[in-house]
Design a protein around this ligand. Structure first.
Ligand SMILES: NC(=O)c1ccc[n+]([C@@H]2O[C@H](COP(=O)([O-])OP(=O)(O)OC[C@H]3O[C@@H](n4cnc5c(N)ncnc54)[C@H](OP(=O)(O)O)[C@@H]3O)[C@@H](O)[C@H]2O)c1
Length: 236
């Protein structure tokens, strides 16, 4: 029997790549991001493990391209993960940086979800997972655009849940703390060894997807326990 389809955005690296890999034993993966070579590498890794992965190179800030690439895809699971963060004071932020964050972190949520949600509703099953952030409930200098979009994600997720829950569609939001990825142009090693791994977030997404049909994990916050770097195993 064919496996259900999971569409993962931002799957070319970081958290999205880890989610695609974690879900691959149970789902046919459709992997979306801009970088075709990185998506091809992901697909060949998944195939080497016995899974299936279709790369979909697409700029998710382009609503026409999203519709062309994804409209009508019969996804059982959608993981809206792609996101970008530019942390700087408002007066230093360029219009391009502002719009890139709003277009990817928030507007793409509408366009990508709109492409696959009608099928979920008509089949009366599906699960939309959104990767938010602890920045969806906190504020800090330099975060006007990023935290603004992640606060919006929280409202989007809960409103959408209220719209589709009675039609058999689940909506979850997974909010990580710091994760050692290239997010915002950072060097994963700069997180000092204490941050979560992308795989930890992927495991949380898999958990949210694993509940029985009548059970919903709607909101999860996943964080590193401590900023103190763990001692090496076997050390003093
Ligand atoms: N890392 C953290 O500390 C952290 C903490 C909390 C929440 N998050 C959230 O986790 C999510 C993933 O972040 P990450 O840490 O994995 O970041 P990342 O390593 O920078 O990965 C971002 C992903 O988004 C894709 N992307 C960026 N612009 C795109 C566009 N215009 N169209 C399509 N895809 C695009 C990138 O692929 P291409 O460049 O190939 O397009 C990449 O696959 C984001 O929503 C972020 O807000 C991250």
């Amino acid at each position: 029997m064919a496996k259900p389809i999971a569409l993962v955005t931002g799957a070319s690296r970081g958290i999205g790549r880890a989610i695609a890999g974690r879900l691959a034993p149970d789902y046919e993966i459709v992997a979306a991001a801009r970088s075709a070579p990185d998506l091809d590498r992901l697909a060949s890794d998944i195939r080497a493990g016995g899974g299936t992965c279709t790369p979909v190179p697409v700029d998710l800030t382009d609503s026409t391209a999203i519709a062309r690439a994804l409209n009508g895809l019969e996804a059982d699971v959608l993981v809206n993960n792609a996101g970008v963060g530019v942390m700087k004071p408002l007066l230093e932020m360029t219009p391009e940086e502002w719009h890139r964050q709003v277009d990817l972190n928030f507007n793409a949520l509408y366009h990508v979800t709109r492409a696959v949600l009608p099928g979920m509703v008509s089949r009366r099953r599906g699960h939309v997972v959104i990767v938010g952030s602890i920045s969806g409930r906190s504020t800090y200098a330099g975060g006007t655009a990023y935290t603004g979009t992640k606060h919006a994600v929280m409202a989007f997720a809960e409103c959408l849940l209220l719209e589709v829950r009675d039609q058999g569609v689940k909506v979850s939001v997974v909010n990580p703390g710091s994760v050692a990825t290239e997010f915002g142009g950072s060097d994963p090693a700069s997180k000092g060894g204490w941050a979560l791994r992308a795989e930890d977030v992927a495991e949380t997404v898999a958990f949210a997807l694993s509940t029985p049909p009548n059970v919903l994990v709607h909101r999860v916050e996943v964080r590193a326990l401590s900023k103190v770097k763990p001692a090496p195993a076997g050390g003093p």
